[in-house]
Design a protein around this ligand. Structure first.
Ligand code: GRF
Length: 254
């Protein structure tokens, strides 16, 4: 989920942008058509350059808010040069979290951008866009980042998010709890392109997870996260190496 204040917040911001050439291949977003009624604002995304033998890894920035096990999976994958991804930096909306410690322990630059340190949401969004932009990533990955990203960040970067439910079912901050409360027999996880809505962007990949009769929110979330980490690693690697195309709501990696 890419939820703001446990409900998803927005921001504004400015300053970043896949400024300059990305380390690998850029994922180019065309948002000229504006937002359709469903909320998605992405109308076309293309990977303009051919695959380049991963000679140069694609640079990404990962955003986290908590334990960072998805981040750790990306860190572990990126240790293999053939994965084709370099984690340029890890950002968080709060300090003292395990996710930041995981990055620091690996020598990855980190930054913290807290909403409460800014006069308003737009200022926070602008600051976050600037902090991300310093690293000139080709792609931003929201891996358990619990704030709704604002227009400055989303206007400057292609952002992927992982969410612990099969969207469009159970968007928001309590997806696992909501699936249990609903009595769903199957839930799962989704990686999607982030748009201005709450977990509404075009879906890239989904994996189903069975709900057991004796599941608690914790037990179900742990089973979801086990498959979520593998799916996120797979999607980010393929997106970096091959690019993403999004036409209307159809997201594909060639
Ligand atoms: C994941 O299930 C993610 O989808 C959700 O929060 C969890 C983060 O887990 N938004 P972790 O911090 O990567 O361990």
């Amino acid at each position: 989920m890419q939820v703001g204040d446990k409900g998803q917040d927005a921001g504004g911001g400015g300053g970043g942008g896949p400024r300059g050439a990305p380390l690998g291949r850029a994922l180019v977003l065309d948002t000229a058509a504006g937002p359709p009624p469903g909320g998605a604002i992405v109308t076309a995304v293309t990977a303009p350059e051919p695959v380049s033998d991963s000679a140069v890894p694609v640079g990404i920035v990962v955003l986290v808010s908590g334990s960072g096990t998805n981040l750790q999976a990306l860190i572990d994958a990126a240790a293999d040069p053939s994965y084709g991804v370099r984690i340029l930096a890890v950002g968080a909306d709060r300090s003292g979290i395990t996710g930041i410690h995981r990055a620091a322990a690996t020598g990855i630059p980190t930054f913290v951008c807290r909403v409460q340190d800014y006069p308003d949401r737009d200022s926070w969004d602008a600051a976050l866009a600037g902090l991300i932009g310093v690293h000139e990533p080709a792609l931003v990955v929201s891996a358990g980042f619990m704030k709704l990203l604002g227009p400055k960040v989303l206007g400057a970067f292609t952002v992927l998010n992982t969410h612990p439910a099969l969207l469009p079912a159970f968007p928001g901050a309590h997806a696992v709890r909501d699936a249990l409360a609903y009595g769903a027999k199957v839930t799962g996880c989704t990686v999607h392109v982030v748009d201005a809505g709450v977990d509404t962007g075009p879906v890239i990949a989904q994996t189903a997870v069975e709900v057991r009769d004796d599941d608690t929110e914790e037990s179900l979330h742990e089973r979801i996260k086990a498959v979520e980490r593998a799916m996120l690693v797979d999607v980010v690697g393929r997106a970096a190496r091959e690019g993403i195309t999004v036409t209307d709501r159809k997201a594909t990696i060639p």
